[in-house]
Design a binder for this molecule. Structure first.
Ligand code: SF4
Length: 350
């Protein structure tokens, strides 16, 4: 029995697909929209056509833990709270710099250990109970690409919302309007990676740029709380032009969307690029501010980027949330989400 056969024991009929002729299906969970013939799998390897029915992962996690929400990273979404984060397996991209490649690439890279012990069966109810018992304020789907396992996230999130928890997806943004609309009633926040503004770089990762840009725009329009992250990699996406284009695009959707420019360290197959210097992050953040964004953060280098880990009021400029890494040292945003000094509304979920 293969590893895939083992995983398929935990698969159930999905909802984000359509049936075509001759038992062929078209998956709509992510922007690849794979046409999958009977017995075959989509690009992500997680979704399989069995006799004209698309089976999708269900009822397990490959990892789950309690994290500060700042680690997702989400800066304007219940700051200072704990989030129960779970992940499954697989990804629709194959980024050479992936920092979760042991689980995201386990189905296509023999260097990632394909051990079924990775997964732990669990019910949505057990996860929600665990979150409540441990004082988490939210549940997030992360680690692998959550859009490819969106049906399972929705099952967990619906239950979580009924019990008063907030919910979040931590995604590469390669979504479809169908998936975003299906997720929205049970999902509060969406973190989107904007990995590059160059089509050629997205091609290297296996995808295209436009669906990610479309996700940011549509998710904002649908009312998700959206934050965007760019892992700044020297020589890959750190030119002034590219960062300016990224910051300008996010501003065009909304200047209230927080943009996290975060530091890369060599990992997986990309070990030749140097780690991102603090000066590069500071320059990237300045570019984002000049492009019109009201909240720009420099991440992954705690204590080395001045006040770029902190939230300042965009109106009176006073320090409102002081951070070091994932720790909140001070939070002066009112429970209603306003600046304590001048009353300016601070965008986000507080
Ligand atoms: S989730 Fe994306 S990659 Fe996976 S089968 Fe569906 S369309 Fe293809």
């Amino acid at each position: 029995m293969s590893y895939f056969d083992d995983l398929d024991k935990h698969a159930v009929p999905g909802s984000l697909y359509e049936k075509l002729e001759n038992n062929i299906v078209r998956c709509h969970a992510c922007a690849f929209r794979c046409e999958i013939h009977p017995g075959r799998r989509g690009i992500c390897k997680m979704r399989v056509n069995k006799d004209g029915v698309l089976l999708v992962p269900h009822g397990y996690v490959a990892g789950a833990q309690f994290d500060p929400i700042e680690k997702k990273p989400l800066a304007h979404f219940l700051p200072g709270s704990q989030v129960l984060t779970f992940g499954m397996l697989g990804c629709n991209f194959h980024c050479s710099f992936c920092q979760n490649w042991h689980t995201s690439q386990v189905l296509r890279d023999p260097c990632a250990d394909p051990s079924i012990e990775y997964i732990q069966t669990v019910t949505a109810k057990e996860m929600v109970e665990a979150a409540l018992k441990n004082g988490a304020a939210s549940i997030a789907s992360s680690y692998n690409e959550p859009m490819i396992t969106a049906e399972w996230a929705m099952e967990v999130f619906k239950l979580a919302k009924n019990r008063g928890l907030k919910t979040a997806m931590v995604s590469n943004g390669y979504a479809t309007p169908e998936t975003l609309k299906a997720l929205r009633p049970c999902t509060d926040a969406l973190k989107v990676d904007l990995k590059s503004m160059q089509e050629a770089q997205y091609k290297r990762m296996g995808g295209k740029l436009q669906p990610v840009l479309d996700t940011i725009k549509l998710a904002h329009e649908l009312g998700f709380w959206v934050e965007v992250v760019t892992l700044v990699i020297p020589g890959f996406n750190d030119s002034v032009d590219e960062l300016w284009t990224a910051g300008s695009y996010i501003t065009s959707v909304s200047p209230d969307i927080p943009w996290h420019v975060t530091a890369y360290h060599p990992d997986y197959q990309m070990v030749d690029a140097p780690s991102t210097p603090a000066e590069t992050l500071q320059r990237a953040a300045e570019i984002g501010q000049e492009a019109g964004l009201r909240y720009v953060y420099a991440g992954n280098l705690p204590g080395r980027v001045g006040s770029l880990e902190d939230t300042h009021c965009p109106s009176c400029s006073r320090l409102l949330i002081q951070r070091r890494g994932y720790r909140i040292l001070k939070n002066l945003v009112t429970p209603e989400g306003a600046c304590q000094y001048c009353g300016e509304k601070i965008a986000g979920v507080f």
